[in-house]
Design a protein around this ligand. Structure first.
Ligand SMILES: Cc1ncc(COP(=O)(O)O)c(C=O)c1O
Length: 389
């Protein structure tokens, strides 16, 4: 029996996903609603990570701490071993999340009024953060192909010609689960070099990849060293540690690194706290077998949902290359987003994310998170059917 079959109750654990639905969905009572929205998992973290935090807790003094070399080595070895990516220890800058790292990167390299380009539909902070910082977001839609998405490089180039300062890449892509190919990334890097665009690559979903797909770190593609690239990585999606808050920026260009360090100083930003650092080290040192099992388990969940939902009239879902997220196309049902959300919440008692949360290009889609036990996934599918019945 898989360890992932075990259902851990998360209600009343200050879980955003389970305990904040009333607020987010504007409903009086969500106690009977099944949440399959926020991108975290309902699984317990690897036991080695829990033990490492417990071990740190046994020392009763919680004074200032630093991230030890052992932790940095564990990060470097993980990416070397799994992706053949050699990260220079000196190029790592810690932050307490990829989202705050994105905010810091945008603030450092762009000015109010500058244009920041993104490919939509995409993770909301990609447009919310630049907008909140007074930057102008240039959304260039991805193009649908065979139930997935591809870049429209001609349109992206036209956007860059209009004077874009930064492009934010999501690789693997949230919400569509696309793992971009080396060729795609090379083309993107080449455009960024040609138009002198900073390239921020959010690679938080790097480790959850299916079948024979391959995650390619942006910093390993041809000519990457000639571009102004900042890559963001983290163990928090991989090992379900988002509440612990930890992320790394990888910045091989020492000039860019110095600018980001100055920005961190401007905000009094410190490295990881003692527990986060223990968790990161343990996850990257001992989490590999757990991750392999997780990916196999998620594949089963994915296959189940695909089979069941694709049998429904008007619904179409494609197997993603990576992530534990499904991007469900309901356009053929003829339902509006309000209608389907209303049906899901009231008839189905199921909380999914509406596609337009990811930009207008997400209209007609829903995002479903299948990182929970197969029994919960089955319950979710049954509720989905109930909602559409
Ligand atoms: C693409 C992407 N980036 C960043 C995050 C969140 O990063 P963090 O929790 O490290 O701020 C998420 C979470 O869903 C995500 O999907």
């Amino acid at each position: 029996m898989s360890i992932f079959n075990e259902t851990v109750s998360r209600r009343k654990s200050q879980s955003f996903k389970w305990d904040q639905m009333e607020k987010i969905y504007n409903i009086p009572d969500a106690s009977d609603i099944l949440p399959m929205w926020v991108a975290d998992m309902d699984f317990a973290a690897p036991k080695e990570v829990i033990e490492a935090i417990e071990k740190r807790l046994q020392h009763p003094v919680f004074g200032y701490s630093y991230v030890c070399d052992g932790c940095k080595d564990a990060i470097v070895q993980w990416f070397e071993r799994r992706y053949n990516w050699t990260i220079d220890l000196q190029s790592i800058l810690f932050h307490h999340g990829v989202v705050p790292a994105i905010a810091s990167i945008i603030e450092t390299f762009t000015a109010p009024g500058d244009k920041v380009a993104i490919s939509t539909p995409v993770y909301p902070p990609f447009f919310n953060i630049p907008t909140a910082q007074g930057r102008v977001v240039e959304a260039c839609d991805l193009v649908e192909k065979n139930g997935s998405y591809v870049f429209d490089f001609a349109a992206l180039e036209e956007t860059f010609k209009r004077g874009v300062r930064m492009y934010i890449l999501c690789n693997p892509h949230n919400p569509a689960g696309v793992v971009w190919s080396r060729e795609d990334l090379e083309q993107l890097v080449s455009l960024c070099i040609q138009y002198e665009v900073y390239l921020l690559s959010d690679e938080i979903h790097a480790d959850i990849i299916f079948d024979n797909k391959k995650y390619v770190p942006i910093l390993t593609v041809k000519d990457a060293e000639k571009a102004k690239i900042i890559s963001c990585i983290a163990p928090t999606k991989t090992f379900n540690l988002a509440g612990i808050q930890a992320a790394m920026m990888v910045v091989p260009n020492s000039k860019l690194l110095a600018q980001l360090e100055l920005n961190a100083q401007a905000h009094g930003q410190m490295a990881l706290n003692a527990f986060a650092s223990a968790a990161v080290q343990a996850a990257y040192s001992h989490g590999e077998a757990w991750l392999d099992k997780l990916i196999s388990y998620l594949s089963i969940n994915m296959a189940y949902v695909l089979k069941e939902l694709n049998a429904l009239e008007g619904i179409s879902v494609t197997q993603p290359d990576g992530t534990y997220l499904l991007w469900i196309d309901y356009r053929q049902t003829g339902l509006s987003e309000n209608d389907i959300m209303e049906r899901l919440l009231t008839k189905g008692k199921l909380a999914l994310e509406p596609g337009t949360k990811y930009g207008q290009a997400g209209e007609g889609f829903l995002r479903m998170n299948v990182a929970c036990s197969l029994a919960t996934v089955q319950e979710g599918v049954s509720r989905f059917k109930q909602a559409l019945a």
